[in-house]
Design a protein around this ligand. Structure first.
Ligand code: F6R
Length: 240
């Protein structure tokens, strides 16, 4: 696992966006694994700028998002499908049918999960997976104690994740369940790019990079990935 530390989240985002841009130029129909949350927003903004400047074509790009709340309508601004459409997909020339977010309203959630993994495989697999990290080192909704071999599955959210996300749920009710790519699905990505910004992530970054590989620190599994790059700002790297 490689680590790069940046003076600001803006520099980090420009660097991350360049990695995406280089891949898209080299492989126009590449498969991207995408994340929601506050951390990747600057990277998405930079990718949108590169697109607007004419330097990037998303017309053949395919995407698979990591996770989604269960039971939240896609029209709810807190749904991850809404987040991706409004913050990224609607602002570049990606084909809507090439964007995939787990369906949090599927009648049969188990079937939807196995179909999600099958469609990732059928696409040829994820070329570049973007990850954020939780304060407890969760990746996607894989909380401490998660099975390293799991595929896409449904989870009950932990109190710490509910607490961290509560700020977003001023009007709609905070969901208690979600669907997430499992650590097994994430580890199949050819390359992984994890972004960590701010001092609240410092302990998680330290445990991920310097601690033992253990399900208690879900992101520590990335030590076993052959091509994982962690980008941190100074605050997130302050305990390294
Ligand atoms: C989002 C996701 C989550 C976030 C993590 C960090 O798709 O999978 O694991 O990456 O909770 O969230 P932020 O970036 O808001 O600090």
């Amino acid at each position: 696992m490689d680590i790069r530390i940046f003076d600001s989240s803006r520099e980090l985002a420009f660097f991350a966006a360049d990695i995406f841009a280089e891949l898209i130029r080299k492989k126009p129909d590449c498969v991207l694994g995408l994340a929601t949350g506050a951390t990747p927003l600057e990277t998405y903004a930079r990718l949108i700028t590169l697109y607007e400047e004419g330097g990037l074509d998303f017309s053949q790009v395919r995407t698979f998002n990591l996770d989604e709340y269960l039971g939240l309508p896609v029209t709810d601004p807190n749904s991850y499908r809404y987040f991706m459409d409004s913050n990224f997909f609607s602002k570049v020339n990606i084909a809507p049918e090439n964007t995939h977010v787990p369906d949090g309203n599927a009648a049969d959630a188990e079937q939807m999960c196995s179909e999600y993994d099958r469609s990732i495989q059928a696409s040829g697999g994820i070329d570049l997976q973007l990850l954020g990290i939780g304060r407890n080192a969760h990746i996607a909704f894989n909380e401490p104690g998660s099975d390293f071999s799991a595929g896409t599955h449904t989870v009950r959210l932990t109190e710490s994740t509910i607490e961290a996300n509560r700020i977003y749920f001023t009007e709609s009710e905070m969901p208690r369940f979600a669907v997430t790519m499992g650590i097994g699905s994430i580890m199949k990505a050819k390359k992984i790019l994890l972004l960590a910004v701010g001092d609240k992530k410092a302990q998680a970054v330290r445990d991920t990079v310097k601690g033992p590989v253990t399900p208690e620190v879900p992101a520590s599994v990335l030590q076993n990935h052959p091509d994982c790059l962690i980008l941190c700002d100074k605050a997130a790297a302050s305990l390294l």
